[in-house]
Design a protein around this ligand. Structure first.
Ligand code: SF4
Ligand code: SF4
Length: 410
């Protein structure tokens, strides 16, 4: 049987379409309850994780028209931005580009700023023009133009990293300095629910495809940088208006702030080939293990080692706290989800697992699994992707399709 995308869109509009999340479909596959093309119309996929190639294009109101000619420099909450490309001569506004990896301090960067903009927080603006400083305070929601652009997101088949040197390394691939001698592995990627894992030929996810970016409607611009047939990724764009701060934010690595992004995409089940691709499981998806320094491949495993039989959330046992000063878990949490003595803030926690490594009282525990590296079981010490949020954005997208607020094709 074959269905066209307009036919599927009509079924959705008529309220007779069957839409499921990738997670729901994989559960059926594991029960050997494989649906037919007739039975299922759309599968929604999602991913959430550190996506360094993210930036924002902003128009920042700074002063009344005529107060300065053009800005030479600008910071927002201390995060440096690049003024331009439009000079906005004499308008008192500054167009600028902010990198998600730009930093105001070791604990605050572009990713944090993007979450603050989406949440409507107060922002401190400092601009410079011809040696004079201009300051303004605005709320994130007062920015007249704010658009997020990603240059490399939703990477399919990302890598696990190990540090084979005998010394620990400071790197964006580790929150605490990365232990040497391959004593731990860090991983990224949401495996079987990743959009491109389910559409490996990019039949349905390509330039112009509607997607959810941090919960806001967005579009695929095309392939991202370093995208290849074997390991594709996407460039995306979306307005900040409508973004849910819980899907985004900053993530502090041992080498400084990085940027979290969540992406949801819908795959229409048009024919047997589309369905066959959607049946992929974590067990089928390769996860190359590479050396942190030279990126040479040292082993190969599967995403099932990361996401099957492991935990998606952290368990807390506060009675075990030995009241160390300072609280190492609070100091190390890359998202600011821990304030000592309080439950983890679930709106910030991405289940990365760092607190389970650093807390001497074992207040925080989570089964993160292990991967084989050169014949040795190596514990996973950090997840830079959050499967739970990937599932949440998939479910969010499913609901929007069913209630008619998200069109699967333009
Ligand atoms: S690191 Fe763990 S044991 Fe120490 S204060 Fe923090 S929660 Fe308590
Ligand atoms: S798992 Fe622990 S360290 Fe990681 S984000 Fe959640 S609370 Fe913070």
């Amino acid at each position: 049987m074959k269905k066209t995308i307009p036919e599927i869109a009509r079924s959705i509009a008529d309220g007779i379409a069957t839409v499921c999340t990738a997670g729901e479909l994989k559960d059926r596959v594991r029960r050997d309850d494989i649906p037919t093309v007739e039975e299922i119309d759309v599968v929604t996929c999602g991913t959430c994780g550190v996506m360094s190639g993210t930036c924002a294009v902003l128009t920042i109101p700074v002063a009344e028209p005529g107060v300065f000619k053009r800005a030479d420099a600008i910071t927002i909450n201390g995060v440096p931005a690049f003024p331009g490309p439009c000079p906005n001569e004499g308008l008192g506004i500054v167009d600028c580009i902010v990198y998600g990896t730009a930093r105001a301090s070791p604990r605050y960067g572009g990713g944090h700023l993007f979450r603050d903009i989406a949440g409507g927080s107060e922002l401190q603006i400092e601009a410079e023009s011809k040696g004079k400083r201009y300051e303004a305070t605005i709320s994130g929601h007062e920015i007249p133009y704010a658009r997020l652009c990603t240059t490399r997101s939703a990477f399919c088949n990302y890598s696990a990293f190990v540090n084979q040197k005998d010394k620990e390394q400071v790197t964006i691939f580790s929150v605490i300095p990365f232990p040497g001698n391959a004593d731990g592995a860090t991983v990224s990627g949401c495996g079987e629910i990743n959009p491109l894992a389910n559409d490996p030929d990019m039949r349905f996810i390509h330039t112009g495809t509607p997607v959810l970016v941090n919960g806001a409607p967005g579009l695929v611009l095309g392939c991202g940088t370093r995208s290849s047939r074997a390991r594709p990724n996407l460039a995306l764009s979306a307005d900040f208006f409508g973004m849910d701060p819980e899907y985004m934010g900053g993530f502090i690595t041992s080498a400084g702030p990085e940027c979290l992004v969540s992406v949801g995409a819908a795959i229409p089940v048009t024919d047997e080939d589309a369905l066959a691709n959607l049946l992929i499981l974590d067990e089928d998806i390769p996860l190359p293990v590479v050396d942190l320094i030279d990126r040479s491949q040292v082993d190969m495993t599967r995403y099932s080692r990361v996401w099957q039989g492991t935990s998606l959330t952290v368990f807390e046992e506060h009675d075990a706290c030995i009241l160390c000063t300072p609280c190492l878990a609070e100091q190390s949490c890359p998202t600011g989800a821990i304030v000592s003595g309080h439950p983890i803030d679930p709106t910030h926690c991405v289940s990365c697992g760092t607190c389970t490594r650093v807390c001497p009282g074992k207040v925080y525990t989570m089964n993160m699994g292990s991967i084989p590296v050169l014949g040795r079981e190596t514990p996973i010490i950090l997840r830079q992707s959050d499967r739970r949020r990937g599932e949440r954005i998939s479910a969010d997208l499913k609901n929007r399709i069913l209630c008619g607020t998200f069109q699967i094709q333009i």
